[in-house]
Design a protein around this ligand. Structure first.
Ligand code: SAM
Length: 206
């Protein structure tokens, strides 16, 4: 991995821990809520195994997960389309991307994820476009995000969803999502205990 990217990821990991243990003063809606380092490593590995190019992220925050993706796809002429509603987090993410040297491959969409995905869905160029989708925004809409993203994912594309197991307050929503996937005829799926519990789903047909 590129030394500059490693350095930025390490700084963000430190910051994330300080926020979690409340050692830095930050408003609840401005907290990073980042994936764990192990999850970053797992997702980076999946992207590399797939030789992925086009990535869609729903829930960017300050861009920690996005930088893990950028590292994996940057040599493939890949692009990341990422969605975030909070302008303050977007500003922090932009600074982080600049420091990591990955700004040019990341397109940030500011706004409500459902509305943005509905707009994307209308575009012909996004049909079966993405190799990898990461779902990590509000948990009430997780099924809706999956359904909106599904036609935009290539066959054999991978969808990863965070927070399947932790924090416990999301268990009920995530259980519904898990049941939805188990009954889905066009995917194979597995829940990994890495990080906060990562659902790894592969699209097997349209
Ligand atoms: C768990 S954080 C994402 C963490 C990020 N993936 C990482 O690992 O660094 C979830 C983010 O989704 C954003 N979000 C929540 N609901 C949203 C919505 N409806 N539309 C757009 N963004 C949303 C929140 O502002 C928050 O920054």
């Amino acid at each position: 991995m590129d030394d500059t990217i490693v350095k930025v990821l390490e700084e963000l990991e430190e910051r994330s821990i300080l926020e979690k243990i409340r050692k830095v003063d930050v408003l609840p809606e401005e907290r990073m809520l980042a994936i764990t380092k192990e999850t970053g490593e797992l997702l980076n590995m999946i992207l590399r195994i797939k030789n992925a190019q086009n990535v869609l992220e729903i829930g960017m925050s300050t861009g920690y997960s996005t930088i893990w993706f950028a590292d994996a796809i940057k040599e493939n002429k890949g692009q990341i389309f990422t969605i975030e509603k909070n302008p303050k987090k977007i500003k922090r993410a932009e600074e982080n991307f600049k420091k990591a040297g990955v700004s040019e491959i990341i397109k940030i969409n500011q706004g409500n994820a459902i509305e943005i995905l509905e707009e994307y869905s209308k575009k012909q160029e996004f049909q079966k476009f993405f190799d990898f989708v990461f779902i990590d925004a509000d948990k009430e809409n997780v099924v809706k995000y999956f359904e909106l993203a599904f036609p935009m994912i290539k066959n054999q594309g991978v969808i990863v969803t965070d927070n399947m197991l932790y924090p416990e307050k999301y268990r009920e929503e995530m259980k519904k999502f898990s049941n939805y996937l188990k009954n889905h005829q066009k995917v194979n799926t597995i829940t990994s205990p890495i990080g906060n519990g990562e659902e790894i789903t592969i699209k097997i047909s349209d």
